[in-house]
Design a protein around this ligand. Structure first.
Ligand SMILES: Nc1ncnc2c1ncn2[C@@H]1O[C@H](COP(=O)(O)OP(=O)(O)O)[C@@H](O)[C@H]1O
Ligand SMILES: [Mg+2]
Length: 396
């Protein structure tokens, strides 16, 4: 490491005991984390031209390369999507040699494309995202995160955030275009990215997007599936008490990181306005909820809440499932980019908390002010306190 190297920031994600896939958008710190949690592993990086050539010509080389390793030893294959065919060899070696594999890549999409079997359920999957506020601790800066997001590269050079994010998205788009064979469709894909960037945090209507991007409806579906499969964005489905999800409204779409959303929108050089910051704050809350779901392995279903009358709550975590005998339990979270909490904002939470067919365990307001409040069943708290309670396992 050079003397200017910044210290490693420990991540919340724990290394599994058994073979695993590690997926996540590029630049979220996957390779860095693997080197820290598996320091003794044989580390093969398929971005390295010589390792790539050797293994792509002859996947059986893998056994020879690791031959001196004992039972239970770890082998890391970074950028595994470059040689999907290696997975058959990995599968064989987990059984014949009892080695454990950490298989890292930006998405399962390219592996499936390559016709790879995902080890027939013999490996678990973990996802890595941008930094969590809980990982950054005292160095977490909310206003910086609202503007530029939480990618490690961005946090290392916040002064260059616009350039870093522009290059990040550019690399990503180029790579997807190449991988997906979209070469003849570059302009529509670019138009789509910018529309999808601008509607971060909003309800998506595929028909309208198809019209605005001047592409077929089915093309919009394909483009979204590229973004979702590469974990750059997530659909948040609608939820209604006592109603099947299918019957509820369209989903919302969120990018994994507010800085990447801004880059996609093409607004890196425009000042952000309050409505955009509102969606940014929701993006951060959703990000922390996904990180918590991942590191706690709780995987609670997340939704937003909307009634036909227009009552809306930003996030609903279903903490115990609906059964024939029992209504679902939920934790509801309303997010406001505001330094003062307006008690009128409690109404949608209370309306959800008193709705039929659901039991609300917690009703939470998250905002950017400094004090905590309690209005009857509604608990209002600053963003930082919310993250703290969430990661302590206090909310669900
Ligand atoms: N835990 C960390 N602490 C400090 N810096 C990090 C950490 N993880 C990643 N980084 C920074 O972010 C950059 C990108 O991380 P990397 O591990 O290459 O991401 P990925 O493998 O997901 O593409 C690294 O070069 C490093 O500068
Ligand atoms: Mg990497």
């Amino acid at each position: 490491m050079s003397s200017t190297a910044k210290p490693y920031i420990p991540r919340l994600l724990q290394c599994p005991e058994i073979s695993f896939f590690l997926f996540g958008p590029r630049g979220t710190g996957k390779s860095t984390w693997l080197r820290h949690v598996l320091p003794d592993a044989l580390y093969l990086d398929l971005l390295d031209a010589s390792q790539f050539l050797e293994l792509s010509r002859d996947p059986h080389r893998l056994e020879a390369m690791a031959a001196d390793r004992s039972d239970g030893a770890w082998i890391v294959l970074d950028e595994i999507q470059k040689i999907p065919a290696l997975l058959d060899e990995v599968h064989r070696l987990t059984e014949s040699r009892n080695w454990r594999f950490a298989l890292c890549g930006s998405s399962a999409r390219k592996l499936r494309r390559g016709g790879a079997n995902l080890l027939a359920g013999r490996a678990i999957t973990v996802n890595m995202e941008s930094f969590s506020a809980a990982e950054l601790g005292k160095s977490f800066d909310l206003s910086l995160s609202l503007e530029w997001g939480l990618l490690p590269m961005v946090l290392r050079g916040p002064q260059q955030a616009p350039d870093i994010l522009a290059a990040y998205l550019d690399t990503h788009i180029r790579e997807e275009i190449r991988q997906e064979g979209l070469l003849r469709n570059v302009p529509p894909f670019m138009r789509f990215m910018s529309i999808a960037g601008q509607l971060n945090g909003q309800v998506v209507n595929m028909q309208n997007i198809a019209r605005d991007a001047a592409v077929a409806r089915s093309t919009v579906d394909t483009y979204f599936s590229i973004i979702v499969d590469t974990l750059l964005g997530h659909f948040l489905p609608a939820w209604r008490a006592g109603v099947k999800v299918r019957e509820a409204a369209h989903p919302k779409f969120y990018w994994f990181d507010p800085g990447v959303a801004r880059a996609a929108a093409g607004w890196l050089h425009d000042p952000v306005d309050r409505p955009w910051e509102g969606f940014s704050l929701e993006t951060l809350v959703y990000h922390e909820l996904r990180v918590y779901n991942e590191v706690s392995r709780k995987q609670r279903p997340l939704h937003y809440y909307r009634t036909p009358a227009g009552v809306e709550v930003d996030f609903v975590a279903e903490t115990s499932r609906r059964t024939t005998a029992r209504v679902p339990h939920i934790v509801a979270i309303e997010v406001k980019r505001a330094d003062k909490w307006n008690p009128a904002w409690n109404k949608p939470l209370i309306s959800l908390g008193t709705a039929d067919g659901v039991k609300a365990d917690r009703l939470i307001g998250v905002y950017t002010g400094e004090r905590s409040y309690r209005f009857g069943a509604v608990e209002v708290m600053p963003y930082e306190k919310f993250c703290d309670l969430l990661h302590k396992g206090d909310l669900f």
